[in-house]
Design a protein around this ligand. Structure first.
Ligand SMILES: Cc1ncc(COP(=O)(O)O)c(C=O)c1O
Length: 374
């Protein structure tokens, strides 16, 4: 009988309280107090007993549009995380035989949704400078079957961000070729100068947003998409959450967005300090390096190809021995996944110090075959 494969997520969830969660780009800094208070109040008032107002509360809707800088009459669909919006969008706008221009590495769940719609993604390899798409490569990749461009900015897992001029050039391509531009801005708040594609191609762009990472609400599942009202309506035909999105999630997101100017600066500062610290640690490990630094998101890749250690083995060793959970690259790249691990760093400094001890120890132990588990 072959040995059962190791289920890292099961293991991490079984040891939830002991784990430093550097694996899913989740935000463990905050605004924790503000969210806890809003949740406590919504629970005290027993808001969970009734169904939500299906489109989302007017205050939440207004806050989301204001946060994106969109006009009050923009189309807006609130969903259970950005994930649900991504599913609806691909389902509604793609047909068998269609092609989506995307990248490798990427957030591959979107590519899976593309395939579920019968379409296929054309993954341009970006594991080399500038570690993102360029307008020139996007233009060259367009074929008669191209329907959509996937622009994740900043990009998971590399942490690369798009300069405004590149966003403009890609938006112009979408406009000129009548392509939908899927602008996934999940990590926008961690970037120095984020630029929304909708600024340049408002007709073609659907902006997928989320409060999972910026507001630290991944477990509550709230996000959505915004854009041209008729296009959003077309996508929302595939909304299965007809009775609306979790009321507690809406209360938490409303409180977080209402107060964002008070806490976002400190979150960003801590995330920057954390990535500096991780860089210093990686520099001391022979064979390891960061393809992208500084990251414009709350994660980046650590290339370990020259260490002689495999990403899966490293993920397991750090998790089981030190309870530090990072992510092996195979989940994010069919072509380059064996080269890197991804680490996220919107965490308290204590978690980063645990990484700082675990990463060099685990690489050295795996190299010499002297892991704690043998
Ligand atoms: C690029 C990107 N888009 C969307 C999501 C989905 O986020 P959520 O469904 O939690 O809003 C993620 C999650 O990691 C992501 O990395």
């Amino acid at each position: 009988m072959s040995a059962p494969t190791f289920d890292a997520f099961r293991y991490a969830h079984e040891h939830w309280d002991e784990v430093a969660w550097l694996s899913q780009n989740t935000n463990h800094i905050g605004p924790a107090g503000i969210v806890q208070e809003a949740l406590a109040e919504a629970v005290r008032a027993r808001h969970y007993e009734g169904y939500p107002f299906a489109p989302g509360t007017p205050e939440l809707r207004a806050l989301v549009l204001r946060d994106l800088g969109f006009p009050d009459d923009a189309g807006l669909q609130i969903s259970a995380g950005g994930t649900e919006a991504l599913y609806m969008l691909t389902r509604a706008l793609l047909a068998p035989g269609d092609e989506v221009i995307a990248s490798d590495p990427s957030y591959l769940i979107i590519h899976r949704f593309v395939e579920l719609a019968g379409a296929r993604s054309r993954n341009l390899e970006i594991y080399a400078p500038p570690y993102r798409l360029t307008a020139e490569r996007v233009r060259d990749a367009i074929s008669p079957t191209t329907r959509m461009i996937l622009l994740i900015d900043p990009l998971n897992p590399l942490g690369s961000g798009y300069p405004a001029e590149e966003v403009r050039a890609i938006a112009e391509i979408a406009h000129d070729h009548h392509l939908t531009l899927l602008n996934d801005v999940t990590y926008r708040d961690f970037a120095d100068r984020p630029t929304l594609a909708a600024t340049f191609a408002p007709e073609e762009t659907l902006t997928v947003w989320s409060v999972s990472k910026n507001c630290g609400l991944a477990g509550l599942r709230l996000g959505g998409l915004a854009g041209r009202p008729d296009l959003v309506r077309k996508v929302a035909r595939f909304n299965t959450n007809d009775l609306g999105v979790n009321v507690l999630a809406q209360a938490a997101a409303t409180a977080a967005l209402r107060t964002k100017p008070e806490w976002i600066g400190e979150l960003r500062r801590q995330v920057r300090a954390n990535q500096e610290r991780i860089r210093a640690v990686v520099q001391e490990v022979p064979g390891a390096h960061l393809p992208v630094f500084p990251s414009q998101a709350n994660m980046f890749c650590i290339d370990i190809a020259e260490t002689g250690v495999g990403p899966e083995a490293l993920q397991r060793e750090m998790l089981v021995t030190d309870r530090v959970f990072i992510r092996a690259g195979s989940y994010l790249s069919p072509r380059f996944g064996e080269r890197f691990v991804r680490v996220s760093f919107s965490n308290p400094p204590g978690d980063i110090e645990r990484f700082a001890r675990s990463f060099p120890r685990a690489v050295a132990a795996l190299r010499t075959g002297s892991t704690v588990r043998g």
